[in-house]
Write a protein that binds this ligand. Structure first.
Ligand code: SF4
Length: 450
């Protein structure tokens, strides 16, 4: 999922469209935009496809907008379908508002039960609807107070945008798990899941939203409130390793430089007797460059990506996932034939993709394939909205690295350590590493009893 918002533009919908386009890698199942004209007229459109298929120029021109938010959606087993594509629009006597969010609320079941017992009926399985109802329930005069009280009841990793006809509220979870950044385009104020969206539209980065902070963007500029005094910077390590675009900067740490540094550390921790280094496009490329630099081996483009195939991690069904692996990569025979290859990838979740790539390289004539992973061994599920699957589905939840190596068909397999991953941020950020070490930054509430 991704979120993007703008306050103070004459063509909010157009800018949001471009922002979502830059964030498309975070979700490809659906996209939506809600914007308000200066007179309060609301435009709301959502669809199940890529951003460029859901919106066209005519529609965007008709939406106009002075303030608005948008979101892209990725499919997971629980939260697919048009009804769950955000933003969601809420009608209230004191004024309509829209919510788009990413991440996951750990105590959602308990909060839903609490609200249902008070007469709420839910139409979606989104956390955005949960937040909307909590805001409506705290029926004070002041909307910001209602928002702060609602957020204070929620535990998890999240980034929410709440848009009214004259303001955007941008909230980040108090653990700092999900990234959220503020920017400026002329006089307009922006908020985005990733800074790469600012670069695409020529906007400047202002700062990150702080953990536990709710920022208001309106005619008074940027104002800050805290929904919680508790504050940590446990940014999701997978944002740096896999999810975010390499040209983004999260909490002061460049995603590309993080990956490159991790690759160097991986070369030191897991050397291989090989001829060339090959990175898996796209998110393995920066780490492969680092591995090559660290090991002194030449970096070669042994794999080519078909750019028009969806990312496999985001496909919801196993059969689709396997098909898309076959469709998305090709091995370059002239480079890999007869070579001992270090294959560098960002992560192994289920092992499906890695197995296919090792096979691809072998069928193109590779003599040996030594797989090196620029993230630690994934052993635990994520409860914060990253669809890393259940423990049973994870390749290494109940297997040794040696057993995993046999399953993916590699000659050797090595992973970077948690310690090296933390060091690769250069001290910019602490990291959530829960899917690697089981140390979750929050209480797990109902998940602990499931
Ligand atoms: S558990 Fe893993 S995927 Fe989930 S937020 Fe933490 S590091 Fe990211």
């Amino acid at each position: 999922m991704s979120v993007f918002g703008i306050y103070g533009s004459q063509e909010a919908a157009q800018v949001i469209y471009l922002g979502l386009h830059a964030l498309q890698h975070r979700g490809q199942e659906g996209a939506g935009i809600t914007c308000f004209e200066a007179d309060g007229t609301c435009h709301h459109h959502r669809g199940l496809s890529l951003v460029s298929n859901v919106f066209n120029q005519e529609l965007l021109s008709s939406m106009g907008g002075y303030v608005g938010i948008g979101a892209t959606q990725y499919a997971n087993k629980a939260k697919g379908g048009l009804g769950n594509v955000q933003p969601l629009l809420f009608h209230q006597r004191k004024g309509d508002f829209a919510i788009a969010g990413e991440g996951s609320i750990i105590n959602a079941d308990g909060l839903r039960l609490y609200l249902e017992n008070q007469g709420c009926l839910f139409q979606t399985s989104t956390d955005a609807e949960l937040l909307g109802n909590l805001i409506k329930k705290h029926n004070g005069e002041d909307r910001i107070t209602n928002i702060l009280e609602a957020l204070n009841m929620m535990e998890g990793g999240f980034a929410f945008l709440i848009c009214t006809k004259n303001r955007i509220y941008a909230a980040r979870d108090k653990h700092g798990i999900k990234p959220l950044a503020l920017g400026r385009l002329g006089d307009a104020l922006l908020v985005s899941s990733e800074t790469c969206a600012f670069d695409l539209i020529g906007a400047e980065f202002i700062r990150d939203v702080e953990p536990g902070e709710v920022v208001s963007l309106d005619q008074k500029g940027i104002r800050s409130n805290k929904y919680s005094e508790y504050q940590r910077h446990k940014v999701c390590a997978m944002e740096y390793m896999y999810i975010a675009r390499p040209d983004s900067v999260i909490d002061g740490c460049s995603v590309h430089l993080f990956r490159k540094e991790t690759g160097k550390k991986l070369a030191a921790e897991c050397p291989a007797d090989a001829d060339i280094v090959v990175g898996v496009p796209d998110s393995g490329l920066s780490a492969a460059a680092g591995y090559a630099e660290g090991s002194g081996l030449p970096l070669e483009m042994g794999l080519i990506k078909n750019r028009y195939i969806a990312r496999t991690f985001i496909q919801p069904i196993q059969s689709m996932r396997e098909n898309s692996v076959r469709m998305k990569l090709a091995a370059v025979r002239s480079i890999v034939e007869g070579k001992r290859i270090v294959l560098v990838d960002d992560s192994i979740v289920r092992g499906t993709t890695c197995l296919k790539i090792v096979k691809l390289l072998r069928s193109a004539g590779a003599k040996e394939v030594h797989v090196r992973i620029a993230s630690p061994v994934m052993t635990h599920p994520c409860y914060y909205g990253v669809d890393t699957s259940t423990s049973e589905e994870l390749l290494c939840s109940n297997r040794t690295v040696e057993e995993a190596c046999k399953i993916i068909g590699a000659d050797t397999l090595g992973y970077v350590s948690c310690k090296a991953s933390v060091e690769a941020t250069g001290g910019c950020s602490e990291l959530c590493l829960a899917c690697f070490n089981g140390e979750y930054p929050t209480s797990l509430y109902e998940y602990e009893t499931k």
